[in-house]
Design a protein. Structure first.
Length: 401
């Protein structure tokens, strides 16, 4: 039988501590050479308000209001400016497999996005244009032993947890053991998940500062997580204030413009960056230890090349200043030596060796994260009786593929 899960059932199936453990085990296998990932590949085609409204059966002049105000998917903030930027259809894929668990995972995301400029900074914004104002993004789990389809689930809960759990694994192995103070940039789902995951590996955290440019959203976020965790969490008025005098500096933004500046970082700090675009050159220059979650082998695959041949302007409009290759630094070069997380966990490279060192985890994506969490969720869901089973025969065929 093949198990079908929704996000509510996924959330019931696994704890954040289990997510952190599963990610750590997976990257140990990566470091040993017994787990694999494919690069994330994004494919872009142009779309428009008119095309979306027509398919949804909504008058085009009501589309923005309905999606922003009547959507079912309300866990993530949607920038009002998103509809004023070019709208792009994106199909995204990621793959990972772990030999030890026998799980292979494919993540597919079919989504509409834009890159609005908010407060002078470029933002990455996904728009819930599915029926009812929802997203379409799925994870399929396969047996790496028999090839059969084991499970289908949405990726929303895993998407957040695989990122923040990986960041927490980096924090566990790179931050000082006596870390007490945390600074966070962002007040969305990744920022909240980062608080939860960081407290798993550093339960002694006493104080957290949060900055995001939307003051109302920031204060609501602070109140929610203060009540949920019992930790002293406060909102601050600038990114610099949030990042100064902390033991762990976390970037959890959706910006393509650096907002976390290395000049603010004190000796001994651990930097956990959710996206490499949010940090500046000084973060890399000042770091004594740099660790990347996983190298996507961009020398073989350039995600920016997957554009509809007849409409290359879709990509140009989405990334007018380019997305890759235009940074003043290049990771994993003699100037910027950078290890992989798997190498660190497998003991192939050293991590922090002194209390004054600045450590830097560039928390990039890896398909193996979906295999790691998906496998644990499937195991727990079966044990707890969660989800709905359908015949595996529905997904099998008699003809040679």
């Amino acid at each position: 039988m093949t198990l079908i899960l929704n996000n509510t059932e996924v959330a019931k199936a696994v704890t954040m501590a289990e997510c952190v453990d599963a990610i750590e085990d997976a990257f140990i296998e990566v470091g040993r050479g017994w787990a694999m990932s494919d690069p994330r590949i994004d494919r872009h085609m142009p779309t428009s308000r008119e095309a979306i409204a027509q398919e949804l059966g909504i008058p085009v002049d009501q589309l923005e209001h309905k999606i922003l105000n009547e959507r079912i998917a309300k866990d993530a903030y949607v920038e009002p400016e998103a509809f004023n930027a070019p709208l792009i259809y994106m199909f995204k894929t990621m793959f990972g497999a772990i030999h030890k668990t026998g799980i292979a995972a494919v993540r597919t995301s079919s989504e509409v996005m834009s890159m609005p400029v908010v407060d002078g900074k470029l933002r990455y914004c996904k728009i819930p244009t599915g029926p009812g104002g929802r997203y379409t993004s799925l994870i399929q789990l396969f047996s790496a032993r028999t090839g059969q389809l084991l499970c289908i689930m949405p990726d929303g809960y895993i998407q957040r947890n695989r990122v923040v759990a990986t960041g927490a694994v980096g924090t566990k192995h790179l931050a000082r053991k006596n870390a007490k103070h945390v600074g966070i940039l962002g007040s969305g789902m990744m920022a909240g998940g980062s608080i939860e995951a960081t407290l798993v590996v550093r339960p002694g955290i006493e104080h957290i500062k949060v900055f995001s440019p939307n003051a109302k959203h920031r204060e609501a976020f602070v109140q929610h997580w203060r009540e949920r965790t019992g930790v002293d969490i406060i909102g601050v008025e600038s990114a610099e204030t949030a990042m100064r005098d902390v033991d762990i500096a976390i970037g959890a933004t959706n910006t393509f413009t650096p907002v976390l500046h290395g000049e603010w970082i004190a000796p001994g700090t651990h930097i956990n960056s959710t996206t490499p675009n949010e940090t500046d050159e000084a973060c890399h220059r000042r770091a004594d230890v740099r660790v990347m979650t996983w190298w996507s082998h961009g020398d073989r695959f350039d995600a920016d090349d997957y554009v509809l041949p007849a409409a290359p302007e879709a990509h140009v409009k989405l990334f007018p200043e380019g997305r890759k290759g235009d940074s003043p630094w290049a990771l994993n070069t003699p100037q910027w030596p950078t290890a992989e997380l798997g190498e660190l966990l497998a003991g192939k490279v050293a991590g922090r060796t002194g209390p004054k060192q600045i450590t830097f985890h560039i928390n990039a994506s890896a398909g193996v994260q979906f295999a790691a969490l998906g496998g644990k969720i499937l195991e727990n869901a079966r044990r707890k009786g969660l989800g709905h089973e359908v015949p595996t025969d529905w997904f099998l065929e008699e003809l040679h593929p």
